[in-house]
Design a protein. Structure first.
Length: 537
């Protein structure tokens, strides 16, 4: 199969991307198309499955064109996507989840927090499945959203033929096979992968008895390992849509962050258990693998075989990361002025600020000197881990009357440090419970710059490694395609054969480390003050 190539498809919050890779993990071509996102207020986010499929198809066709690879040389395709809820009728057509009534808006996006009340009521049950989501289910997960749909849009809930995680929708659209990935249903739907079953008593207790009917047909009566070849490969219609050949192998997929994990932590020279994957995009996701189950308060899991087959996954992260930084900068009085300045110089605003940091700090770690007393707790969308607190809010301390460039640089650096301190909290609670990675491998667009990696290494107090591939999330999905197509026997084999590590950034010691230690304690005190304020209201 030396002449075969593999496609990875990644559907994030804002775009659908495709990449073509050879068997050694070399990227030959990539393309992306922006997808529609509908926002109604701060907590409602919806998308269209038809729009997403169209963008996936356009991206695959363009990536093929750019790579020069012929469709009949594609040996397999893998999909990953956000953990968003797709609702279809009994004929596979979109059903609206929107109060607008727009039938195309049939996806409740992962970051939609409409189901906060339902999540709280589910958590109050104390059901045993909650032990496998860190003790507290999140409104970002699917069963709270399904309960919200039943309570607020019962006609839609009752008419639905299938509820899919977005990844499973894409593999169904490609193959006609309704099998669900063990990754999606274990991490976001409460499937008990270590028992190879759903727990019917959970659905009955929370008020979703209907979903247990016909062996859980509407949410997945057949659950398979990631990388499993589905159906008979691409259907004729899907092959036409994608510009590929009917029967091309299609793999059971992954959640997008987990594809980043598969694409980064398996490189030669270490083990998956010694490395944490940190996917830094709109949100941030942390994923650590362990040979035995480890119950970590406030960290999702342990999930069996949800990322690396045969290992237990502990999954944390931050509900807003890149999005938190972008929103933080919008709050600055000079946002419009400095954004225009960045545009004139050919930069995005964050990248322009990074050039300013490089000009002001001899070494990236010296950026600490630029922030004075500014400190940021960037929890605009709550705390995903380790507190599992969707009601937490962002805090900014140390502001002055300065409205110029220097104060925006300080705000940006402080925001990145805030994310690093949040990462440190996740690492510490995991270590206390038997999960101890020594290196964090970062992927995602928000963490590409070396300065960002060094700032995170300093504030999180751990080595930060860059992946060898420029597109590790796409690579992770392509690895699944390589397994489905028979180029590799297992996902673990594909991880070793197709991935590598790049530069490693070590935390700075001495006075800088001492200052970060003090600032970290202040960061924690501000979080505590925020909880006190909320309790006082």
């Amino acid at each position: 199969m030396a002449d075969k190539y593999f496609i990875g498809v990644d559907v994030g919050t804002g775009s659908a991307r495709a990449g073509i890779f050879d068997k050694d993990g070399k990227l030959l071509g990539t393309a992306k198309n922006d997808i529609e996102l509908f926002r109604d207020g701060a907590y409602i986010a919806e998308q269209s499955s038809d729009n997403i499929w169209a963008c996936v198809c356009a991206s695959v066709k363009k990536a093929l064109e750019l790579s020069g690879v012929q469709p009949n040389s594609i040996g397999g395709i893998g999909f990953d996507a956000t953990c968003s809820l797709v609702v279809l009728d009994q004929k596979g057509r979109p059903l609206s989840v929107s109060q607008s009534g727009d039938s195309t808006r049939n996806i409740i996006v992962w970051m939609d927090h409409r189901a906060t009340d339902q999540a709280a009521r589910i958590n109050a049950t104390g059901h045993r499945v909650l032990d496998y989501v860190g003790g507290t289910i999140s409104p970002e997960m699917e069963t709270p959203k399904l309960l919200w749909l039943k309570e607020n849009m019962p006609n839609i809930f009752n008419a639905a033929g299938d509820f899919f995680d977005l990844t499973d929708y894409l593999t169904w659209r490609a193959t006609g096979d309704k099998a669900r990935s063990v990754c999606t249903v274990t991490c976001k739907w409460t499937y008990m992968a270590h028992e190879h079953s759903w727990d019917a008593s959970y659905f009955e207790q929370i008020g979703l008895r209907e979903l247990t009917e016909n062996e859980f047909e509407r949410i997945g009566s057949r659950v398979v390992d990631t990388g499993t070849a589905l159906g008979n490969g691409l259907t004729e219609d899907a092959a036409i849509d994608l510009g590929l050949v009917k029967g091309t192998p299609v793999a059971a997929g992954l959640i997008d962050a987990h594809a980043g994990g598969v694409g980064t932590i398996g490189a030669a020279g270490g083990t998956p258990s010694s490395r944490m994957a940190y996917v830094f995009g709109t949100s941030a996701c942390t994923m650590s693998s362990n040979a035995s189950e480890a119950f970590v308060p406030g960290v999702w899991g342990p999930y069996y075989s949800a990322m690396v087959p045969g290992l237990w996954l502990s999954e944390g992260g931050q509900s807003a990361a890149g999005e938190a930084i972008a929103h933080l900068l919008k709050l600055h009085p000079a946002h419009e002025q400095i954004s225009e300045e960045a545009k004139r110089n050919g930069y995005s605003l964050p990248n322009y600020l990074l050039t300013l940091i490089a000009a002001r700090a001899t070494d990236a770690s010296d950026a600490l000197d630029l922030i004075d007393q500014t400190i940021v707790v960037p929890e605009f969308l709550g705390n995903r881990a380790p507190f599992a607190d969707p009601d937490a809010r962002a805090i900014v301390s140390g502001l002055t009357l300065d409205t110029g460039t220097e104060s925006m640089v300080a705000l940006y650096v402080s925001g990145l440090y805030g994310l690093g301190y949040g990462l440190r909290q996740i690492l510490e609670v995991q270590r206390d419970n038997g999960v101890s990675p020594d290196t964090v491998v970062i992927s995602g667009g928000a963490g590409e710059n070396p300065i960002v990696k060094q700032l995170l290494a300093d504030s999180a107090c751990i080595k930060i490694a860059a992946p060898g591939s420029e597109e590790p999330v796409l690579l992770g999905s392509a690895m699944l395609g390589s397994v489905a197509g028979g180029a590799y026997t297992t996902v673990a084999d594909a991880m070793v054969g197709m991935s590598s590590l790049g530069d490693v950034f070590k935390p700075t010691t001495g006075a800088i480390a001492d200052t970060h230690e003090k600032r970290f304690h202040v960061f924690q005190a501000l979080q505590a003050a925020g909880r006190m304020l909320r309790d006082a209201n």
